[in-house]
Design a protein around this ligand. Structure first.
Ligand code: PDD
Length: 284
């Protein structure tokens, strides 16, 4: 596997970062996950825009212009074998003596990219849906930043695994749903697709945007608004979205069936539209 580290393409076994890197010491950095289908990079401008936004929000200058990012990313895709890949892009505030305050004068950012094979969910999971649990959202108040410091998300995802489930849906203030540990969540009630708003309490998902755009262009009734806990627990369908999972049905929540316990009509419709959209991108 070929990776990119600080200006160089090299085998992953040769990629080394200092133990004083602020990513390692403080989790001081941001990241992106970008799907690649048949070597076509999915929604690259949108991913680069979200990256810029994350960098601005942590006051870290963007180490590259968009054109430079695009050529690095294209090169990385071409140097790795799989046709379908997911790219992991990671930028930290660099290597400096341990001090919480930013290095002064600033030091060069650490820039790391790797490619992994993209294995979208198998047919079995598409047909059965997945199980999830709910748990309090105990993260900070800037969940809109795609920060590499993911300890709460790690612990929340592991909680799901211990419960024999695939994802944890987070609840703020015992009142409303925010998102999954590593995904966005939609509910469906009486044929209406309902999504929580892109505010400071959730990550603005690229897949989330695609699903809402597909719903809009196909006249699917939809609302973007706060989703109350009781609405989550009484939904007809629940959907999960992310760059690596695409669109999945959640068919069990906290050991109870969601709706009929089978992926429902909204899932079927949106999954189909998403796959069609992907095909169009791949032919572009
Ligand atoms: N995670 N919310 C959280 C907390 C996430 O970590 C992710 C994705 C999403 C979905 O965003 P997108 O549609 O842009 O992938 C929502 C990635 C896949 C990860 O950390 O591996």
């Amino acid at each position: 596997m070929t990776v990119f580290l600080n200006g160089q393409f090299l085998p992953i076994s040769e990629a080394k970062v200092s133990v004083l890197d602020r990513g390692f010491i403080f989790g001081d950095g941001v990241y992106e996950v970008i799907p690649v289908y048949s070597r076509q990079i999915f929604r690259l401008p949108e991913h680069l825009q979200r990256l810029r936004r994350s960098l601005d929000n942590i006051q870290l200058p963007n180490p590259y212009q968009d054109e430079e990012w695009i050529s690095i990313i294209r090169e990385l895709v071409s140097r790795n074998e799989p046709e379908d890949q997911y790219l992991y892009l990671h930028i930290t505030r660099g290597v400096a003596k341990r001090d919480h305050a930013f290095p002064n004068p600033p030091v060069p950012a650490t820039v790391f990219l790797m490619s992994n094979p993209l294995n979208t969910p198998p047919a079995r999971l598409l047909q059965s849906g997945i199980s999830a649990i709910t748990a309090p959202d105990n993260r900070w108040l800037r969940c809109d930043i795609k920060a590499i410091s993911l300890l709460p998300n790690v612990l929340l995802r592991q909680m799901a695994i211990y419960a024999g489930c695939a994802e944890t849906i987070m609840i703020r203030d015992n009142e409303f749903m925010t998102e999954g540990a590593a995904s966005n969540i939609f509910i469906v009630k009486n044929g209406v697709l309902i999504a929580p708003p892109k505010d400071h309490l959730m990550l603005p998902g690229i897949t989330y945007d695609v699903v809402l755009e597909l719903a809009a262009s196909n006249n699917i009734p939809r609302q973007v608004r706060k989703v109350l806990l009781r609405e989550l627990l009484n939904a007809d369908e629940l959907l999960l979205t992310s760059s690596t999972k695409e669109v999945l049905a959640i068919t069990q929540l906290d050991e109870k069936l969601v709706g009929t316990g089978k992926p429902g009509p909204m899932f079927e419709k949106l999954y189909g539209l998403y796959q069609k959209f992907k095909q169009e991108i791949m032919r572009a």
